[in-house]
Write a protein that binds this ligand. Structure first.
Ligand code: ZN
Ligand code: ZN
Length: 194
């Protein structure tokens, strides 16, 4: 399923929320029903000057969907290069959330380098703040994930450096992400020699 499914009932629909233009609802009734949950995101996206598309693996949803993440560019100085500051606060709200990037540069753990290297953000303090197991990762891997990912996760493409990002593409980027989730945390034949 894609973003063209109603966020409430998953029916196919062509109607986008007119505020953020990034989530779909089948009807006014379902839009109203979701407004309390959607309001913060909608307002933030409407006001954002720049956004990237990211693939959201919501902890309590069973299919990934494209969302927008606001960003600002912090110019480089003599020590560091330029850096995208992502505003992902909506998705990581638990106490002591520690959002960390996990880089996915290749197909699985040992395969070819990806044309568009990926990165996903997750809460590395999930054990401290009791984040639930991520149902979306479970669903896309058919329960074959090698690691127990918890809390929300957001995937983007890497930019020219570790501090720069680009929009994700649902069509192209899902397969390498699923492959990574399947292999990460398992011992892969050939990974260790001797
Ligand atoms: Zn609906
Ligand atoms: Zn909206």
């Amino acid at each position: 399923m894609t973003a063209k499914n109603c966020l409430v009932c998953a029916s196919p629909t062509t109607q986008l929320c007119s505020g953020c233009k990034s989530v779909s609802y089948c009807s006014e009734a379902h839009q109203k029903k979701d407004w309390k949950a959607h309001k913060e995101y909608c307002t933030k996206i409407k006001e954002a000057a720049n956004t990237f598309d990211a693939i959201l693996f919501a902890e309590n949803e069973t299919y990934p969907r494209l969302i927008k993440v606001p960003w600002t560019l912090q110019p480089g100085d003599e020590y560091d290069g330029p850096m995208h500051k992502l505003d992902h606060s909506i998705w990581f709200k638990r106490p002591h959330s520690a959002v960390r990037p996990q880089y996915v540069p290749r197909w699985g753990l040992l395969g070819e380098e990806l044309e568009h290297p990926l990165c996903f953000l997750f809460d590395d303090n999930f054990e401290v703040n009791n984040s639930p197991m991520n149902l979306c990762v479970q669903a896309v891997t058919g329960g074959r994930a090698g690691h127990r990912w918890c809390g929300n996760m957001l995937a983007l493409r890497m930019g020219e450096s570790y501090d720069l990002f680009e929009s994700a593409d649902m069509e192209e980027d899902m397969k390498p992400l699923v492959k990574y989730f399947e292999e990460y945390g398992k011992v892969i034949p050939g990974e260790y020699s001797g």
